[in-house]
Design a protein around this ligand. Structure first.
Ligand code: ANZ
Ligand code: ZN
Length: 813
């Protein structure tokens, strides 16, 4: 009898693995390469349950692929620049570099506890000069190609973080800072931008080929915000020049009863009549104090002023009044709209308030509520277009206007350029110098890195801390040698993380940010695992930077991450978000101390579907620990027992259930369905226990095979205890370099069921499918069948009837 003691075996095996170099990345992986990546952590100083939930299961994925014969790279590092280090420095009076260093040290120790097979030789930290040197190189690459520029514009300002923020970092209906939750203000400032808008179409279309969760794809699509419409020319009464509006609904032109310009529109003061000019100017001034974010709030009471001028509607030459109002934004479309109060909610509210006309032009016969907007239907009050469907009228009106030269089709996007400069200290300095003679001059590549000085005062004053350091600021112009000043803003930390995955294949490379040969071997990332909070920011930026490097630095691919999985969020035992103030934070270290790493890893994978997360149940881990104990007992008793005990085993099929389990667990791990894989293993243990109580361990060969398989299947999920049991079962090599078990088709055969497929009640095919097939899959497979396709292709399926695991009937018209 041997006792299961995780405290003893876990450190033991970790040491053995390290000494054997099991965690080293293969040099030339060839076509079997598998690049498994977790989103690198911020060095906050403590590895929390959320990290475990990301890293433990990701390690299972890496180990599983290794056993299936893949050459795996599974690296980790730190996203170590950023505000918290600076805030901690202010609070505790220690330099950010020191705070970050000591946190990384303690977290690396904690990381080992997870038992993940990271190649620690490949650690990177974005605050390391050997790393940020290349972040600066990246900046210069964009600059050189016209993709990094400086402009004065209204920007989001967080008064608490004392820095500007990218649009992507302003969240919620109230527009708060994603970091500190303060409401964001707007300021006019000169800032650095990356021209992500040059890549809009490619960011949209290339996403289609990615194996990413649908909700992330949707979030990115919405953020990019493609809008297909037209620009239409209106004349202005008494002026030669006209005005362009952007609309997605040219079909509603007959319902345009007034026009609205953004108050900043350059034409406003030219067209405003004498009697209205004072009021107009007053309103423009009022608008200046408002943020774009405020102006976009639909719930807000509408305001505006009449300019006194009139526009001429090109479809009917009618005169309509031109207003200015802050709900029209200058930086979208043309900064001018035709207002259709009958079919646009904001226009309707505005018209109601200022008593402007409403003309209904689209009639939806099913419309119940008069306050339904954006409707499609039959055209009315629209001259020769009356009676047409609005979708068709849209095309016809546009065609007619185009042939008169009064309209062009136009696609607009919501995406704006990425604001990357920050007025904070702990980040990569922007490698630009301002010279009195030469103006803006990029720092030559050979002079990189522009080192971040360490002796800095941290008072967040809204001015970059670096600007207070004369030794840093004053420099010689790289071009003319004259007096020059350095840029003192640093880069958004999302620039650091936009390219880090390219550094891992060769972290020591000296000639550029990435080693082209190593990158060609390893990239792209095959499976990227991390939090949904990065759905837009980090993932969109990485995709953009990858495309830039493809275009200007010979990177051989255009998308960084082939497959993406977002783990869910672990809540406190009370079902609420974990937070210190609520006292519901689960400390993984304590759970490990009581039950062992393997039990915690298993619990996290067993608690529910991985992409869902959920509340942490404090006693849940006792269940997975008990499961390990049961496996242990079977193995331990088996090796202690002798042949010939118990009854004859010929009719007890240990092998059938073993092979079914292999098949189930393999499929589940491929689908990242850890919880069902573990539950299949639990069922198998129940069956083994039943066989044992009936027959003992008499059939040695079958038992050995069954237990070997069980331990192999468990190895990626509970790596330490699996290793121990593998050795108990008489093997000398590590379980982690064994081949993944394969099932024998003969033994799992009866798992097929025959599905009858009918079209309009007539049997048209019989298709074999796996038992347990879902209704949805059953329908999908039936649709793919050649015979069935013949019957479906000419009609429209108006109904699909299913009987689980038996029948699909397509009703076709
Ligand atoms: C007439 C109309 C009729 C409109 C109707 C909508 C519905 P998206 O999808 O967001 O692109 N618009 C255009 N430029 C604007 C600006 N700078 N500021 C505020 N609103 C602007 O929406 C396009 C629609 O938003 C455009 O189509 C325009 O209103 C408005 F039944 O034109 B529409
Ligand atoms: Zn100069």
């Amino acid at each position: 009898m041997k006792r299961y003691n995780p405290k003893e075996i876990e450190p033991k095996w970790r040491k053995v693995w390290k000494e054997a170099g099991l965690d080293k990345t293969p040099e030339k992986p060839g076509k079997d390469k598998f690049y498994c990546l977790v989103m690198f952590p911020y060095p906050s100083g403590n590895l929390h349950v959320g990290h475990w939930y990301n890293f433990g299961p990701a390690d299972t994925v890496a180990r599983f692929h290794r056993m299936t014969g893949k050459k795996v790279m599974h690296p980790i590092g730190y996203d170590s620049f950023g505000l918290p280090a600076e805030n901690a420095a202010i609070k505790h009076n220690i330099p950010p570099a020191q705070w970050t260093q000591s946190n990384m040290k303690s977290m690396t120790k904690q990381l080992q506890n997870i038992g993940a097979m990271y190649d620690y030789d490949k650690m990177i930290a974005t605050s390391d000069p050997d790393y940020y040197r290349w972040t600066q190189w990246l900046f210069l690459k964009l600059y050189e190609n016209g993709l990094a520029y400086r402009k004065e514009a209204p920007v989001n300002w967080c008064p608490s973080c004392q820095t500007v923020l990218a649009n992507e970092q302003v969240v919620g209906h109230d527009n708060h800072c994603e970091r500190c939750e303060h409401i964001v203000e707007q300021k006019m400032l000169k800032q650095w931008y990356f021209k992500i808008t040059d890549y809009t179409e490619r960011l949209l279309s290339d996403a289609e080929g990615l194996d990413w969760p649908e909700r992330v794809q949707t979030m990115q699509r919405n953020w990019i915000g493609q809008s297909i419409g037209a620009e239409i020319d209106f004349g202005i009464e008494g002026h030669d020049d006209g005005l362009k509006v952007f609309t997605t609904r040219p079909d509603t032109l007959f319902g345009a009863t007034y026009m609205v310009l953004a108050p900043e529109h350059p034409i406003v003061e030219q067209i405003a009549t004498k009697s209205q000019l004072r009021q107009v100017k007053q309103y423009i001034k009022e608008t200046e104090g408002k943020t774009e974010l405020d102006r976009k709030q639909d719930e807000k009471e509408k305001t505006g002023v009449f300019t006194g001028a009139h526009a001429i509607n090109p479809v009917n030459n009618e005169k309509i009044p031109i207003w200015i109002a802050d709900y029209v934004l200058m930086n979208y479309g043309t900064g001018a709209i035709m207002a259709v109060p009958s079919n646009d909610e904001r226009d309707w509210e505005f018209a109601k308030k200022f008593d402007l006309g409403v003309v209904e032009v689209v009639k939806d016969h099913e419309k119940q509520d008069p306050r339904e907007f954006g409707i499609e239907g039959q055209m009315i009050n629209s001259g020769k277009y009356d009676g047409m469907q609005s979708e068709q009228a849209r095309e016809e009106i546009l065609k007619d206007l185009e042939s008169d030269g009064n309209a062009t089709e136009k696609v607009n996007y919501k995406l704006r350029d990425w604001l990357i400069s920050r007025q904070r200290y702990w980040g990569a300095p922007i490698p630009i110098v301002y010279c009195d003679n030469c103006g803006e001059v990029p720092v030559p590549l050979d002079d990189l890195p522009v080192k971040l000085p360490e002796d800095v005062e941290f008072k967040p004053t809204g001015k970059s801390p670096l600007s207070e350091l004369d030794g840093f600021v004053n420099t010689a112009c790289p071009k003319c040698g004259g007096k020059a000043k350095r840029e003192t803003d640093t880069m958004d930390t999302f620039v650091d993380s936009s390219w880090y995955y390219l550094r891992y294949p060769n972290t020591k490379y000296e000639e550029g940010p990435f080693d082209p040969e190593a990158v060609a071997q390893w990239n792209q990332v095959d499976h990227y695992i991390g939090g949904i909070e990065h759905a837009i920011l980090h993932l969109l930026y990485s995709r953009f930077i990858t495309k830039v490097l493809h275009d200007y630095a010979d990177l051989p691919f255009e998308e960084p991450f082939k497959k993406l999985t977002n783990q869910g969020i672990i809540l406190g035992p009370d079902g609420l978000k974990m937070s210190k103030s609520k006292g519901n934070v689960v400390d993984p270290d304590k759970q490990v101390a009581s039950y062992g790493t393997d039990s915690l890893r298993l619990y996290l994978m067993f608690m529910g579907p991985y992409e869902q997360g959920g509340p942490y149940n404090m006693t849940g881990i006792t269940g997975t620990r008990r499961f390990i104990d049961r496996v242990w007992t079977l193995v331990d008793e088996f090796v202690d027992s002798e042949a010939g005990e118990g009854k004859d085993l010929s009719d007890v099929d240990l092998l059938t259930s073993t092979h079914k389990t292999i098949k189930k667990v393999t499929g589940d791990l491929q689908r990242i369905s850890f919880n069902t894989a573990i539950s299949a293993l639990m069922q198998q243990v129940n069956r083994l226990n039943a066989v044992k109580s009936e027959n003992g361990y008499s059939h040695r060969v079958q038992w050995q095979e069954a237990l070997d398989a069980l331990v192999l299947l468990l190895a990626p999920m509970a790596p330490h205890v699996a290793e121990e049991m593998w050795h108990m079962l008489g093997h000398d090599e590590s379980v982690h370099i064994q081949s993944w078990p394969v099932w024998d088709d003969e033994l799992v055969k009866e798992e097929l069921v025959t599905i009858v497929v009918q079209v309009n009640g007539k049997v048209r095919a019989n298709i074999e499918m796996l038992a347990g097939v879902s209704n949805e899959d059953m329908v999908k497979q039936a649709q793919k069948d050649e015979k069935i396709q013949k019957y479906l292709k000419d009609g429209e399926v108006i109904k699909t009837i299913t009987v689980p695991e038996k029948l699909v009937n397509f009703v076709v018209k």
